[in-house]
Write a protein that binds this ligand. Structure first.
Ligand code: CA
Length: 419
């Protein structure tokens, strides 16, 4: 097994097998791209400046001297592979370049808990899908008809909508309760005020690489070449605003006010060892969505809730990325089939990920069945939806043999609505 000269605990999310991408603020206030290993971040700007990314794809590209990953992501898979191989080699136990150079090591390795992580990518476009069958069934049963929970299109295309990129924020950003129009007690007369049904949505998102030209499309077979890596996503939602506004054009303000992502982008290459089978698709989708050798990734996902009266966060959901009905490749093929252009740095989120068991639902809407079965917490408190002061913590990892490839966490705490 590949080992680093840096000690990494077997429970760490960031062994040498992971090497995700992020960004941090230096002591001088500059933004540097970085990776993570064990308790440390790895300053990629310094490594690039030292000429250590000198392979055929990255030499003289200065890809890690930018303040965002967009240019690096636009270079495509050969550059990504080269960067990963270079980093793994520089950090491996038998490479002297960093290991035996104290001065360089001090410039490159910083304690992760002593730096401020920042958004590593300029996200130009954001799409949110709806690809978990159990989630779609739960919502359809609650609001329409348990016997016809899925709409007729659901098994024929990955349902999605275009979200709002400007309000995507990094983990730990505090979230103000949104205000809007709602219709309490099924009235037809709206009132204006803070949302009373504030919810989280447990999702994962992928960030794209090169992309396609306007008018062209990305085929389902080549789609993964355009997927750089994955992040955890909390797609905050206001259920009461959504209920009144969403027909006929779909979600608008209910979903526009905040989406939180985890600070580390875990690459497809790091996730390769965790490929696993997808749920069978029946009926067979149309040819442009028909993917031979369909596969997904085995990624354990957890949601924890911490209220002001709890000392410890309490786990309220445990599920897995592998349950999704539509793959990322199918989502990207569908996104582009009409000719829409995908850009480097776009975010495509999965939709809420729910499993089959009661403790595997990825939103308060499902956990409490729209508030009808409030959640009891160890502190004695109950929750139908999120209250001011509540903190939602999502984490995810893939379990290897003696190591984890993890995403860290995406957290966010709810503050009162701004007056
Ligand atoms: Ca969503």
């Amino acid at each position: 097994m590949l080992k680093s000269f840096i000690e990494v605990d077997s429970d760490s999310h960031f062994p040498i097998q992971n090497l995700p991408y992020g960004a941090y603020e230096t002591e001088q206030g500059e933004i540097h791209l970085c990776s993570a290993i064990g308790e440390y971040i790895v300053d990629l700007f310094v490594l690039d400046e030292e000429g250590l990314f000198d392979g055929s794809e990255l030499n003289n590209q200065y890809a890690f001297q930018d303040s965002s990953l967009n240019y690096f992501m636009s270079l495509g898979k050969p550059a990504w592979t080269e960067a990963r191989n270079t980093l793994q080699s520089l950090l491996s136990a038998d490479s002297k370049i960093l290991r035996d150079n104290t001065l360089l090591r001090q410039r490159v390795l910083k304690k992760r808990d002593e730096v401020r992580l920042v958004m590593p990518v300029q996200i130009g476009n954001y799409t949110d899908f709806y690809s978990s069958e159990q989630h779609a069934r739960n919502v359809g049963s609650m609001f329409r008809d348990p016997d016809n929970a899925l709409l007729p299109n659901w098994k024929h295309l990955p349902v999605g909508y275009h979200g709002r990129a400007s309000s995507i924020v990094l983990s730990e950003t505090e979230i103000h309760r949104p205000k809007g129009q709602t219709t309490p007690n099924n009235s037809q007369q709206p009132v204006f005020g803070p949302s009373q049904k504030l919810d989280f949505e447990l999702e994962m998102g992928f960030i794209t690489g090169p992309g396609n030209k306007l008018g062209h499309s990305i085929s389902v077979q080549e789609a993964e070449e355009h997927i750089f890596g994955l992040v955890l996503v909390n797609d905050w939602s206001a259920r009461d605003i959504q209920k009144w506004e969403y027909q006929p054009l779909g979600p608008f303000l209910a979903k526009s006010w905040a989406t939180s992502i985890s600070p580390w982008i875990v690459t497809i290459e790091a996730l390769e060892p965790f490929r696993t089978a997808c749920p069978e698709q029946n009926p067979k989708p149309l040819d442009y969505l028909h993917q031979t050798n369909r596969s997904t990734f085995d990624i354990q996902l957890d949601v924890l809730l911490k209220t002001d009266n709890q000392n410890e966060p309490h786990r309220i959901c445990s599920t897995n990325f592998k349950h999704l009905y539509w793959t990322m490749a199918q989502q990207l093929a569908h996104q582009t089939v009409a000719g829409c252009n995908v850009m480097p740095g776009d975010l495509y989120a999965s939709g809420t990920i729910s499993g089959n068991e009661d403790d595997s639902f990825g939103s308060m809407l499902e956990i409490t069945w729209n508030g009808n079965n409030p959640l009891s917490l160890p502190s004695g408190e109950q929750r139908s939806f999120l209250e001011d002061g509540d903190e939602v913590i999502m984490s995810g990892f893939a379990q290897g043999n003696g190591f984890k490839v993890g995403f860290g966490e995406v957290t966010g705490r709810i503050l009162p609505a701004i007056e």
